[in-house]
Design a protein around this ligand. Structure first.
Ligand SMILES: Nc1nc2c(ncn2[C@@H]2O[C@H](COP(=O)(O)OP(=O)(O)O)[C@@H](O)[C@H]2O)c(=O)[nH]1
Ligand SMILES: Nc1ccn([C@@H]2O[C@H](COP(=O)(O)OP(=O)(O)O)[C@@H](O)[C@H]2O)c(=O)n1
Length: 226
């Protein structure tokens, strides 16, 4: 069996982590693990962590480290045979230290997207809650306005993508992320990508992963349809 490859994707809300993670997962056969999805599953199931987390997310705040760590680390430990890409965790230095104790990362990618672009994108982000499929008015609109392409079910907007929560969320992100980025830089595993468009960042990320993951592990290559 080939060695497990472990990667993390960092970037502010709306920077395209979910979009790029899906492309990486499809192209290179990594499992996409989203801490935001773990949170939403827990909120929907009304677990203790979910009920607590909801009160923070609604205010545009980060969920406390001990709650996030307890939610995410056991999920990682379950995956012993599959390479993965973690999206949305770690957000804070304390989460990064906890992850460091749990496993060795091979690669960290960081997305650097201007503030105005983030605001614009998030206010137009619509989600199919059951699958996590993400749409955007201009970038990847659903075929029929307001409904999921596959199931025909209605799309919703995250509470935390609505304007009030949005600005607080983006402001807070920067302060908390800096030490996390610095940590991975000092370990020599950080690669940063800056642009306003996912389609312009993607070729560089694809090339980077191609050099790190042996070809026989990679699946078919993702080709954007637009
Ligand atoms: N206009 C535009 N929208 C994008 C681009 N990349 C991603 N998006 C959209 O921006 C929103 C945020 O992207 P997402 O991948 O959810 O970001 P995350 O919060 O970092 O996981 C979604 O609605 C995406 O469809 C892009 O290059 N241009
Ligand atoms: N490590 C994490 C991940 C998510 N969260 C919370 O969960 C929300 C949704 O996370 P997400 O990763 O799906 O979305 P974005 O913030 O990337 O758009 C965040 O805005 C935070 O409030 C957190 O507090 N700590």
């Amino acid at each position: 069996m080939s060695r497990i490859f472990r990667a993390v994707i960092l970037g502010p809300p709306g920077s395209g982590k979910g979009t790029i993670s899906e492309r990486i997962a499809q192209s290179f056969g990594l499992q996409h693990l989203s801490s935001g999805d773990f949170l939403r599953e827990n909120i929907a199931a009304k677990t203790e962590a979910g009920v607590l987390a909801k009160t923070y997310i609604e205010k545009g705040l980060l969920v406390p480290d001990h709650v996030m760590t307890r939610l995410v680390l056991p999920r990682l430990e379950e995956i012993t045979r599959h390479s993965w890409l973690l999206d949305g965790f770690p957000r804070t230095l304390a989460q990064a230290h906890a992850l460091d104790i749990a496993c060795d990362l091979d690669l960290v990618i960081s997305l650097n997207v201007p503030f105005e672009t983030l605001k614009e994108r998030l206010s137009h982000r619509w989600i199919h809650p059951a699958s996590g499929r993400v749409y955007n008015k201009g970038f990847n609109p659903p075929r029929v306005k307001g409904v999921d392409d596959i199931t025909g079910e209605p799309l919703i907007q995250h509470e935390d993508d609505k304007p009030m929560a949005l600005v607080a969320r983006l402001r807070h992100y920067k302060d908390v992320a800096k030490p996390v980025i610095d940590l991975y830089k000092s370990k020599g595993i950080l690669h940063t990508f800056s642009d306003t468009e996912t389609d312009r960042i993607w070729p560089y990320i694809s090339t980077l992963f191609s050099t790190k993951i042996p070809m026989h592990q990679a699946d078919t290559h993702y080709a954007p349809s637009h």
